[in-house]
Design a protein around this ligand. Structure first.
Ligand SMILES: *Cc1c(COP(=O)(O)O)cnc(C)c1O
Length: 425
């Protein structure tokens, strides 16, 4: 009999979203009327249709593939030059960041890249991960055998956790301890926090001092409205020697179902062998792609390219404005319900403190029962997420407005309830 990868057995059963689905199902069966007005502000998936520029480009590409004269088979594994050059130009060089076309590697999304990057990194690395966090960083390290067993609070032995709290504004400072690989995500999922230039600079400084590698997830950079906040880790001097960036068209172009993202891996980035010999990671990553992948489909690359046309950029801007409009409405709604809110100004997520004494899951149940609104309990993103919940702004405007209305109603009701109590006592 074949042996299995026992690291997978250390993973906690895919707990968060299945458990949400289970509770929603149970509630809906018991309350069929309330179920009809259920609004989901839980899962971080886009809701609005694709930009027209992307649809037209995809159709035209499909037609090209349908004619002998313009047919294409396998493309370059790291992606077509027509797209890599647009990314490097528009997202980097036009913003004064020195990135060349061949430092861009296209993929079917950055979730995949966050996992695959471990292929080119050694087993010995001390891994540091923020808490709360996008679960992919943790689970892929568990699968690769980089951790010990899980603890009672859901954390893993062997990982250095960096707490993101109200006190540090959800942006951790570099630790005193040594780490070799650090995962950072700004704007952040789930907290909606952004890191300032000075904060990112302190991370680059740490990485250079410790010869560490920063894995920077910038999936939400398109949502940054504040012009002082960097969009890329490569806006920080010295980052070309210590960072890899992950980006995606999922949250900008609404490509969660289309699938396209990319990594930026500078040729100047080195890592070491066990014997201390330094070598560029770029050639290993290139080799990994050539060996394990045949790249992203041609129509999808054309669709991504179309997001860089004038019309495409305008349509992406409109999409992001739509979601950020929702974020503002939901943020204000939660605030007027008397809740303490974070994030939601440079990211499509609002990170809300649970009402006094309630756990994340108790608040989840309360929101479901009282408002018929589904949110994500913060504890599902890590032990430091306990005491919070995440409201996603990925929704229609009418749903966001309805959630806002319900939140304001509860606060009015609660005031009534508390005045009644006050009168009686
Ligand atoms: C949505 C998201 C991504 C993008 O994932 P894709 O695989 O490109 O769809 C990456 N990182 C974070 C933190 C995300 O929330």
């Amino acid at each position: 009999m074949a042996f299995l990868n026992e690291n997978y057995l250390k993973l906690q059963a895919g707990y968060l979203f299945p458990e949400i689905a289970r509770r929603v199902r149970e509630f809906s069966e018991q309350n069929p009327n309330a179920a009809k007005r259920l609004i989901r502000c839980g899962i971080g998936d886009v809701t609005e249709p694709l930009p027209r520029a992307a649809i037209d480009a995809m159709k035209a590409a499909a037609e090209e593939l349908g004619r002998r004269e313009t047919f294409r088979g396998y493309g370059p594994e790291q992606g077509y030059e027509f797209l890599r050059s647009k990314i490097a130009q528009f997202d980097y060089r036009d913003r004064g960041v020195d990135i060349s076309d061949d430092e861009i590697f296209l993929s079917d999304g950055s979730k995949c890249d966050c996992g695959h990057i471990l292929d080119v990194l050694g087993e010995q690395n001390k891994i540091a991960i923020t808490d709360p966090v996008y679960p992919v960083y943790v689970d892929t390290n568990v699968m690769a055998g980089h951790t010990g067993p899980v603890r009672a609070d859901g954390s893993y032995e062997g990982i250095l956790y960096l707490p993101c709290t109200v006190e540090n504004n959800f942006v951790p400072e570099p630790p005193r301890e040594h780490a070799d690989v650090i995962y950072l995500c700004f704007p952040n999922n789930p907290t909606g926090a952004v890191a300032s230039r000075a904060q990112l600079a302190s991370w680059v400084e740490y990485a250079r001092e410790h010869n560490a590698l920063l894995l920077f997830d910038a999936a939400y950079e398109g949502y940054i409205g504040d012009s002082a906040i960097p969009h890329s880790i490569f806006e920080i001097n010295g980052a070309r020697e210590c960072a890899i960036e992950f980006r995606s068209f999922s949250k900008t172009g609404g490509f969660t179902g289309v699938r396209c993202g990319f990594t930026v891996l500078p040729k100047s980035l080195l890592a070491q062998t066990e014997s201390g010999k330094k070598s560029p990671l770029h050639s290993l990553w290139h080799r990994r792609w050539s060996t394990k992948s045949n790249g992203v489909s041609y129509p999808v690359q054309r669709a991504a390219e179309a997001l860089y046309t004038e019309a495409g950029r305008e349509q992406v801007r409109t999409l992001i404005e739509h979601y950020m409009g929702n974020a503002r409405i939901l943020r204000e709604g939660a605030q007027s319900a008397g809740l303490r809110v974070h994030g939601g100004t440079n990211a499509p997520y609002i990170w809300v403190e649970t009402p006094a004494g309630k756990t994340s899951w108790q608040t989840f149940d309360w929101m479901l029962r009282e408002l018929s609104v589904v949110i994500t309990p913060g504890s599902g993103f890590g032990s430091k997420g306990e005491g919070f919940f995440r409201i996603s702004a990925f929704n229609s405007r009418s749903n966001a407005e309805e959630v806002d209305r319900r939140l304001r109603e509860t606060s009015a009701n609660q005031e009534q309830i508390s005045t009644k109590h006050a009168k009686r006592s």
